[in-house]
Design a protein around this ligand. Sequence first.
Ligand code: ATP
Length: 328
Amino acid sequence: MATSIQRIGVLTSGGDAPGMNACVRAVVRSTIQRGGEAVGILSGFEGLIEGYFRPLAAHDVSNIIQRGGTILKSARCPRFHEAEWRRIARARLSEAGIDALVVVGGDGTFTGAKIFGEEHGFPIIGTPGTIDNDLFGTDFTIGYDTALNTALEAIDRIRDTADSHNRLFFIEVMGRDAGFIALNTGIAGGAEGILIPESKTDIDGLVRHLENGHITHSSSIVVVSEGDDEGGALEIAAKVKERFDKYDTRVTIIGHIQRGGSPTCADRVLATRLGVAAVEGLHQGKHGCMAGIQYRDVIYTPFEQAIKHHQAMNPGLLELAQTLSCYY
Ligand code: ATP
């Protein structure tokens, strides 16, 4: 079904992710290219409630494709959980003559968008902007590839110093509910241990493994996802030290460095394709869904499914990491 969508609002919400700017640029330019107008909404749902709107011309999004963060700013907005504030947000959109929205964010953003869209019959399409890669309906989320490479670079640097002193390092990477960053950077960084929320952590088994490393005087790296069931890197390091204290042990939490920086080529291309797909989808009458890419093609997945079903972790990858991390 074709629609008469003219003015499209775009916002970024939740945790920022490298590539959000590339996505905003694509939304703005493809909207204009179709003869419409683009409006930037500042600070996520907060800006929707407050009416922080700014018309965006094609040149307003020049020179941002390579920038991390988001020029539209992002925010957590507790007020959007309440129907009364969402009603005010709806009134703001009417006042500004905005016909449809593109929201760039993670599962929380899509939950808010779904509720709002259904409540007010308002067309919204989401694009997956989160470093966690935890959304169903896309092979990768915008920002994930950049975060992986940032974390990996940090792990490589730590490996150099760990090796010089035969130290044991616990390195914590982001991922409250999903271990994609830990698993992939752990494999790529040659970690001796990878601890992720998707699999039960066996501290005694890890200690036995690290004991072997100590015999051969190796340094060791254990990559810990922040959402691991045994705790973050600090807690896990303490638990290991209680059982085996021969290693000179250090903990590094990479933290927000993983969110910043210039997006990789893969993230820029993904963000650009998805921004264009979101606008195309709205013009085709689609709404209440996320634009994603699976097996090279754009697909639209209802918010409900994108949020609820986690992308499956490949169990073979963890096994592979364990096989290759033995000490000789
Ligand atoms: P990230 O994955 O990086 O954390 P996110 O989109 O999941 O990103 P959240 O902070 O969970 O980030 O959600 C962003 C915003 O979405 C919230 O601040 C809130 O405004 C809105 N939101 C989340 N859940 C709901 C809900 N149940 N009802 C209404 N709005 C919601």
